[in-house]
Ligand binder design. Structure first.
Ligand code: SF4
Length: 512
């Protein structure tokens, strides 16, 4: 029985931005008696059905955006008499759908690190169970990825996870419900081992694919202190100390190493943390700004964010402490008005964001928004091409609506075109060139311009773009630019790189 791990995608570029980490984790979780799994990432190239043989086990990881393509692959694998196992966020939320539409024999719900080996062994015995509940395992049980299997020259970024789960509860996000609100943090030993392995291979750009890299805020510590809860306070201090410990070890890596992560805006209150990030080569972070107005933040349960001038100051703080920000904004919130778009574009530029993304509000399965939206449509929701609107990811792409909620004052078309114009404003050639001013070398500035354009065009393919002609053009442009861009990211292999040691002079407490 051979094991296949397939990352579905309807479009392949030959080169991809980021390694699909789950494939390399499940490869490591595959018992050695099955040999090395066959990894297929369809963002590179499409699966070859001929390679799937009777009795093989085929693992397919899906999220909502690639579920339809995943189901196509599942049916092909089932026709070839393989054992079909689905996993990932979407299969966790809709296991029955993977069975009905994707030919699944089994679905792994939650973390696959531990249950994957059990599912494979049951397949070998010809008796896979319909559901394997992986749940939310402790960080000590997270499996380190098998990077020896990665095709080094086809990815720009590698991905390593340091913490799973997020204590917040944003209405549009499923992370806190699927990964939990208790941050599960890996020790610095296992994280640094993986990172050094990647640097030895020649990856110098590494995404810290965390739900929230700043799981303990100063406000959390202050609250535990005021509640006179010493146990909680110690737990939080310990977690914070472990973050600093990891960052101190990352700081010992070669100077040209670049990390990128996700973080909440609250980190701006904690300049000691930002300085440690910068020293640790964490040069950039995605910050969910969502909205520039207090009403918009209320709409998405994110009132811990700032609005107005305070927002701009907070975002600038990141950059002043050496951390570039990719700001993420949502349009189509009930409180948005036509003037919100220009205000947002102006705030993104004034806050000195290095990159920005502007998405329209969509109800994602597993979120509070989705549950609320599903309820409003009642037991008999409208259908498109025979698919209920509440299962929108099954509607063929070309027929999918651009917006799922009626907005109080704007049409879907108005929201779409205004969103598009904010993208165009932020990613015009002139503003990009101006933003690249922080880079000294002209080669570096050129790289920045290319990356900004490729980022903008890749997004054009994910529902933000206007019409199919624009999407097709974007696809071509991205394919054309992807290879030279990848070369800009490549590093020199460092086979002799040593694992940075653990320093003993780290802060373990915080003065409040
Ligand atoms: S959007 Fe970010 S901060 Fe909010 S719950 Fe999700 S991961 Fe946490």
């Amino acid at each position: 029985m051979r094991v296949h791990l397939i990352n579905p995608s309807s479009v392949s570029f030959g080169t991809a931005v980021i390694t699909p980490r789950w494939q390399y984790v499940l490869a490591a979780a595959t018992p050695s008696c099955f040999g090395d799994p066959i990894l297929v990432d369809e963002t590179l190239s499409q699966v070859d059905p001929e390679r799937i043989e009777k009795g093989d086990a085929v693992g397919i990881g899906i999220h909502t955006a690639n579920a339809l393509r995943g189901y196509e692959i599942g049916k092909i694998a089932r026709e070839r008499e393989a054992h079909v196992i689905f996993g990932g966020i979407h299969a966790t939320l809709f296991p029955e759908e993977a069975m009905e539409l994707g030919g699944a024999h089994a679905v792994v719900k939650g973390d696959g690190d531990v249950v994957w080996a059990i599912a494979l062994s049951d397949c070998l015995n010809g008796r896979p169970k319909p559901v394997y509940t992986g749940g939310q395992i402790e960080a000590s049980n997270f499996v380190a990825a098998r990077w020896d299997l990665v095709p080094r020259n086809r990815y720009m970024w590698a991905s390593v996870q340091t913490v799973r789960g997020c204590p917040k509860h944003c209405s549009f996000c499923s992370v806190w419900r699927t990964d939990g609100q208790r941050p599960r943090q890996r020790t610095s030993d296992v994280v640094i081992e993986e990172i050094v392995q990647l640097r030895r291979l020649g990856f110098r750009f590494i995404a810290l694919a965390d739900d929230n890299f700043y799981p303990v805020t100063l406000t959390d510590l202050d609250l535990a202190l005021r509640q006179n809860n010493p146990q909680r306070l110690n737990e939080l201090k310990q977690m914070r100390a472990e973050r600093f410990e990891l960052m101190a070890r990352l700081a010992q890596l070669p100077e040209d190493t670049v990390f990128f992560t996700q973080i909440t805006m609250e980190a701006a209150e904690d300049t000691e943390f930002l300085d440690a990030m910068s020293a640790a080569h964490i040069k950039g972070a995605l910050v969910g700004v969502e909205s520039v107005t207090p009403e918009g933040l209320k709409d998405v349960y994110k009132d811990f964010n700032s609005a107005g001038q305070n927002l701009i100051e907070r975002l600038r703080t990141f950059k002043r402490h050496g951390v570039h920000v990719l700001g993420s904004f949502i349009f189509g919130l009930p409180s948005d008005r036509p003037e919100t778009f220009d205000m947002t574009a102006a705030a993104a530029i004034s806050a000195e964001l290095t990159f920005a993304q502007f998405v329209t509000l969509s109800p994602y399965p597993g979120t509070v928004d989705f549950t609320r939206w599903e309820k409003t449509l009642g037991p008999n929701p409208p259908t498109i091409a025979g698919v209920p609107l509440t299962r929108r990811w099954r509607i063929p792409q070309a027929l999918r609506p651009k917006l799922y909620w009626d907005h109080p004052v704007m049409s879907a078309e108005e929201i779409r075109s205004r969103t598009q114009s904010v993208w165009d404003k932020f990613y015009g050639w002139r503003p990009i060139w101006k933003r690249s001013g922080f880079i000294k070398s002209s080669r570096g500035r050129l790289a920045f311009v290319l990356i900004s354009r490729i980022y903008r065009h890749m997004y054009a393919d994910t529902g933000i773009a206007t019409d199919s002609a624009r999407v097709t053009w974007s696809g071509r442009w991205t394919r054309w630019m992807a290879k030279p861009c990848r070369r800009l990211f490549a590093g020199r292999p460092m086979p002799d790189l040593a694992v940075p040691s653990l320093r003993v002079d780290l802060p373990v407490a915080v003065d409040l």
